[in-house]
Design a binder for this molecule. Structure first.
Ligand SMILES: Nc1ncnc2c1ncn2[C@@H]1O[C@H](COP(=O)(O)OP(=O)(O)OP(=O)(O)O)[C@@H](O)[C@H]1O
Ligand SMILES: [Mg+2]
Length: 356
């Protein structure tokens, strides 16, 4: 049985449709990340699940029960908001313990849980302060703590790490992931940070303009993006794209140059018409100029990244990023050839923007 089923969820604000028939089945104990750019509807979707916003159409089923018409308190969820919403008049300790006290948790357990979460989130020294006396990142940690102590079987997080510095963010990411493994609760985690999505998720739902474009394991999202949007949004540096068309002989032609695409596994029959070829920087090999199955390219500049390097090449009227070894980047000639690993490439229909 799914932990959470979202069925054809629609939501508009006035004339503006924010969620277009969102369907999702989330398994029990799964860590699902909703990933997408600012304004795509992530918080709206989370608020609809939590019951803070009502959807116009559709159904939300939590652990077998239709909760669509229920108040937030009747849905049994813990939520961390994008704006932390702490009680300003209460100390951090009270903010953490309040929910448990209301639920009638024994005093000793409350004390124990507050101590546990304060240590976990490194806020022990702040327990007697009020939210107004904390930094943004500290407030955010208290908000996370407040959700964690509730031991709910479903936790919703809306960009919970956005105000932490890079180091604390990386640490808390690992802590949350470990915590998920310990608690076994179902977690839905909203972020626009693809690193968080890739590292934490069992499955990632990539959202774009109120639609879920792909809902899959992070590695599938990276290797076989279902749409041009997903391909461009996930991965750093961004995927290299070449616009062209499939000719009558079944070849891909860009800037009047036919590209050998043997080795590419099309989802269906070999298509025709306008298409886009996508290549990740690690799926392009630098070869001697004139090597068969390569296209001529000119090195523009290299960037050393520490463990490896990126070469930026002008090729077929575009600028391509190619991952290089540090030594290779140092001794790279200006005139080279680039060979594309078609087994790892992605191709998209230029009209529907879906994977071919
Ligand atoms: N109460 C509201 N009334 C009208 N429009 C709203 C309301 N709440 C959100 N919106 C609009 O709905 C769209 C989606 O908002 P939402 O907050 O879900 O985006 P998001 O994906 O969470 O973005 P971010 O990453 O910036 O938090 C935005 O265009 C926003 O302006
Ligand atoms: Mg948001």
């Amino acid at each position: 049985m799914s932990s959470i089923s979202l069925r054809k969820i629609k939501k508009s604000f006035g004339a503006l449709t924010i969620l277009h028939a969102v369907d999702m089945e989330i398994d029990k104990g799964e860590f699902v990340v909703i990933l997408g750019p600012s304004g795509c509807g992530k918080s709206t979707l989370l608020n609809v699940i939590a019951g803070l916003d009502e959807c116009d159409e559709g159904q939300i089923v939590i652990e077998g029960k239709d909760v669509s018409g229920l108040e937030p308190s009747g849905r049994g969820l813990a939520m961390v908001f994008q704006s932390y919403a702490l009680f300003p008049a209460m100390t951090v300790r009270r903010n953490l313990s309040f929910g448990m006290e209301i639920a009638g948790t024994p005093k000793a357990t409350v004390t124990e849980k507050v101590a546990w979460v304060a240590k976990l989130l490194q806020i022990e020294a702040l327990l007697d302060r009020k939210p107004g006396q904390l930094s943004g990142g500290q407030r955010q940690r208290v908000a996370i703590g407040r959700a964690l102590v509730r031991s709910s079987s479903i936790c919703l997080f809306d960009e919970p790490l956005s105000n932490l510095d890079a180091k604390l963010r990386a640490e808390t990411r690992v802590e949350l992931k470990q915590l998920h493994e310990t608690l076994g609760s179902t977690m839905i985690y909203v972020t626009h940070d693809q690193i968080e999505a890739m590292t934490m998720a069992d499955r990632v739902a990539v959202m774009h303009k109120g639609k879920v474009e792909q809902f899959a394991h992070p590695q599938s999202i990276y290797e076989k993006p279902a749409s041009l949007f997903v391909a461009g949004f996930v991965g750093s540096p961004a995927m290299n794209f070449l616009e062209g068309r499939m000719d009558d002989a079944g070849r891909f032609v860009t800037a009047d140059v036919p590209i050998d695409i043997d080795g590419y596994a099309f989802e269906g029959a070999r298509p025709s018409g306008e298409a886009v070829l996508g290549l990740r920087c690690e799926d392009i090999v630098v070869v001697e100029p004139g090597t068969p199955r390569s296209v001529p390219a000119k090195l523009a500049f290299t960037e050393l990244l520490g463990a490896d390097a990126l070469g930026w090449f002008d090729c077929l009227g575009k600028r391509f990023s190619v991952r290089l070894g540090v030594e290779a980047a140092r001794s790279m000639h200006k005139e080279v050839g680039l060979r594309f690993d078609m087994a790892k490439a992605s191709m998209f229909c230029a009209v529907s923007e879906r994977r071919l």
